[in-house]
Ligand binder design. Structure first.
Ligand code: TMP
Length: 199
């Protein structure tokens, strides 16, 4: 099984890239399953709505995200190729404040079955200037994003931290999110070919 994950802050263009990749896979007849977190299946989408509309405390959120994650993983069949729209890096990026959360999140990541550890993670990194420009053109997509918007620097630092951790054999690729959608897409395809995840 091959696993790809996408990460990024709101407005990073993550959804656009996932759509472009889906199109590419269809065009090239590459069998794949796309899923997202939180959510990913019928029951867990209901839980997604509860989580992102809630005011749960941070430790509860970590547990909810991981409970939903383990449930999603156990519902995934032995697929050839799975593409995750957010995965465990998001919990580290968004819910890690101090050492307490760091230890908890890392120990939960260690419980994930190795076969689900991504071969490659694409992190679309946006700088503050670009983020503000994009934000002015759009409204918040949900209350949760609004809550975390002011925490951009902390979340970006956390992504940077987890990018340097050794998690299985996964490769963490940071891509400048200010590039055009097509440029980013092309970079992603080059990486996937280089890692032999596609031909
Ligand atoms: P999305 O809009 O990219 O689907 O993400 C939904 C929100 O959930 C987004 O604000 C990031 C947040 N999130 C976390 O805070 N922790 C997590 O573990 C995951 C998967 C998402």
């Amino acid at each position: 099984m091959k696993v790809i994950s996408f990460e990024g802050f709101e407005y990073s263009g993550k959804s656009t890239q996932i759509k472009l990749l889906k199109k590419y896979f269809i065009k090239n007849k590459i069998k794949s399953t796309f899923t997202r977190e939180p959510g990913g299946n019928k029951d867990l989408e209901k839980i997604r709505n509860i989580i992102i509309k809630s005011n749960f405390d941070n430790l509860s959120l970590i547990m909810f995200f991981f409970a939903s994650r383990f449930s999603l993983l156990s519902s995934l069949k032995n697929n050839d190729l799975i593409v995750f729209d957010r995965f465990f890096d998001s919990t580290y990026a968004y819910q890690k404040y101090n050492l307490k959360e760091k230890k908890l999140i890392i120990s939960l990541i260690n419980l994930i079955d190795q076969k689900f550890i991504p071969n490659i993670t694409f992190y679309l990194k946006l700088d503050k200037k670009n983020l503000m420009e994009r934000k002015n053109k759009r409204v918040y997509s949900n209350k949760f994003d609004k809550k975390y918007f002011g925490q951009f620097s902390r979340i970006q630092r956390n992504y940077n931290e987890i990018s340097k951790m050794k998690i299985g054999k996964r490769k963490f690729v940071t891509i400048d999110a200010s590039l055009s959608a097509n440029e980013i897409h092309e970079k992603i395809i080059v990486h996937l070919k280089k890692c032999k995840l596609i031909r």
